[in-house]
Design a binder for this molecule. Structure first.
Ligand code: NAD
Ligand code: ZN
Length: 251
């Protein structure tokens, strides 16, 4: 029933922007932040601020070790990521705007992906802003360094993800707002919609006249603006909804 309503909404749309959060990747085994099993039930968010990172070499060493452990696990895209690939191939998905840093949309085969919070695939020097593949830092750590610094300027290196206290990549966020204003359906999947400015993107789409559809386990601040609101697992409902939309469009 829920997949039905969502499928009908997708079938009627001509230009869709999908807005995804950590919830689309939980079925791949990556915990979200604010769900009942979320990361914030186990660690303190203040551990992930830029200030703390810059202040302590010991803290940086701990974060690098955590990154390396994570990178060693080969997380795979799930049925929800794959459904968005199908939607892109059908020609109605304009792009995916994601808050995720896990790269699973690209790994599934999506090509138009805007990463609002950066990605773990790259690292950046906090001084000269040069970017390098993450493997550069990982290799140096494996070779014995605990807190590698920039080979060009000596600055502190950090994962290419956006920490608390750090601003979002301006060009990406601007592009995301632009796409949101142009779409006729904004499909929110697995986001608590409380982290701003990212969460303002679906709101901007709605204000510009787009329909809003939400797939999320828990209520969000934008539920009142959305139709349908689907309280189900992304990996279950999305493949069915996308398949139904294809079927309806083919009629
Ligand atoms: P969030 O943790 O605040 O919210 C996730 C939401 O998804 C929750 O409301 C939860 O109920 C719902 N959910 C969980 N599994 C679901 C499923 N299978 N189907 C449907 N709904 C499901 O996440 P957010 O809104 O993305 O914001 C948090 C921040 O977390 C972002 O800034 C992001 O960068 C970061 N983050 C990213 C990852 C990742 O890359 N996979 C993981 C954790 C956190
Ligand atoms: Zn540098």
């Amino acid at each position: 029933m829920e997949a039905q309503l969502l499928g009908e909404a997708l079938a009627r749309a001509g230009r869709i922007v999908a807005f995804t959060g950590a919830g689309i990747s939980t079925e791949s085994g990556i915990p979200d932040f604010r769900g009942p099993q979320g990361v914030w039930t186990k660690v303190d968010p203040s551990d992930f601020t830029l200030d703390k990172y810059v202040a302590s070499a010991e803290h940086r060493a701990r974060i690098w070790r955590m990154r390396i452990e994570r990178a060693a696990v080969d997380y795979l895209p799930n049925a929800a990521h794959r459904a968005l690939v199908d939607l892109e191939r059908s020609g109605t998905l304009d792009c995916i705007v994601t808050q995720n840093i896990d790269g699973l949309h690209q790994k599934a085969g999506s090509t138009a992906v805007l990463e609002l919070h950066g990605s773990t695939r790259s690292i950046v020097c906090l001084d000269c802003r040069r970017q390098l593949p993450a493997e550069h830092a990982y290799a140096r750590i494996e070779a014995g360094e605990t807190d590698p610094h920039c080979v060009y300027c000596g600055g502190i290196l950090k994962s290419g993800t956006v920490s608390f206290g750090e601003s979002l990549p301006e060009d990406v966020i601007e592009e995301a707002f632009f796409r949101a204003r142009q779409c006729d359906l904004c499909l929110v999947i697995g986001s608590s919609l409380v982290v701003h400015p990212a969460a303002s993107i679906p709101l901007e789409a709605a204000r510009a006249g787009a329909r809003l559809a939400i797939v999320n386990h828990e209520p969000t601040p934008l539920d009142d603006l959305a139709d349908p609101v689907v309280r189900a697992s992304a990996g279950e409902v999305l493949p069915a909804a996308v398949a139904l939309a294809e079927e309806l469009r083919a009629r």
